[in-house]
Design a protein around this ligand. Structure first.
Ligand code: HEC
Length: 185
């Protein structure tokens, strides 16, 4: 083994290997340059070309609707925590109905062209429009769980209501995890 390693002349295979190592190094450098370029480009995404005002408005409306949905969802959680009556309580009744109505409208908030490629300040991922069938299933899950919440509320069991509100929260999270930039809620 030692003999073979010591005093060996570079063979054609060694030369080829050296050239390959060199070009590998070149490719690596090139990749680094590309990486830096992507990084710079990526950091600039939020402040790049201003979005079409109509699209920017649609995105703002979507975000506004989500924060309304969030307020409704949290108000119900708070009502449970504070032990407020769930029945004959107009605030709860109205929140449950509005939540179901927002959930049913959700798919309409994602018109094509309102993704990150528009330049709008959005946390919606491009995958929403690339994996539309899956996204729709997640939106549908929220619609179904919110509909159940409405039904359970009408039936009047506080324990079942709390459980169902959790199921609604799971539907929110399952979509955010995959399709929203910041995993909130
Ligand atoms: C089918 C997918 C989906 C479901 C279900 C969903 N969200 Fe979202 N949510 C999103 C996406 C995508 C965004 C990013 C929107 C944007 O920035 O344009 C978002 C944004 C938000 C925001 C931030 C709004 C803002 O001001 O920027 C809140 C709050 C929120 N969602 C709450 C909820 C709650 C609460 C639920 C459940 C009751 C829920 N979401 C269900 C996809 C979903």
């Amino acid at each position: 083994m030692r003999d073979r390693l010591i005093g060996r002349m570079p063979s054609p295979a060694d030369l080829v290997a050296t050239v390959c190592r060199r070009s590998e190094f070149g490719a690596l450098q090139w990749l680094m340059v590309l990486g830096v370029a992507l990084l710079v480009g990526g950091c600039g995404t939020k402040s790049r070309v201003a979005a079409d005002p109509e699209i920017a408005a649609a995105v703002q409306l979507r975000q506004h609707s989500f924060s309304e949905l969030d307020t409704l969802y949290k108000s119900l959680g708070n009502a449970i925590r504070k032990g407020e009556p769930l029945q004959d309580n107009p605030a709860v009744q109205s929140a449950v109905a509005q939540l179901a109505s927002y959930a049913a409208d959700l798919p309409q908030w994602f018109a094509s062209g309102t993704g990150p490629e528009s330049g709008a300040d959005t946390d919606a991922k491009a995958e929403i429009w690339l994996e539309h069938a899956d996204f729709d299933r997640k939106a549908e899950a929220l619609r179904v769980e919110s509909g159940r919440l409405l039904q359970i509320h009408a039936q009047g069991s506080a324990a079942a209501f709390g459980e169902q509100l959790e199921a609604v929260g799971v539907a929110c999270k399952s979509c955010h995890k995959k399709y929203r930039v910041d995993d909130g809620v």
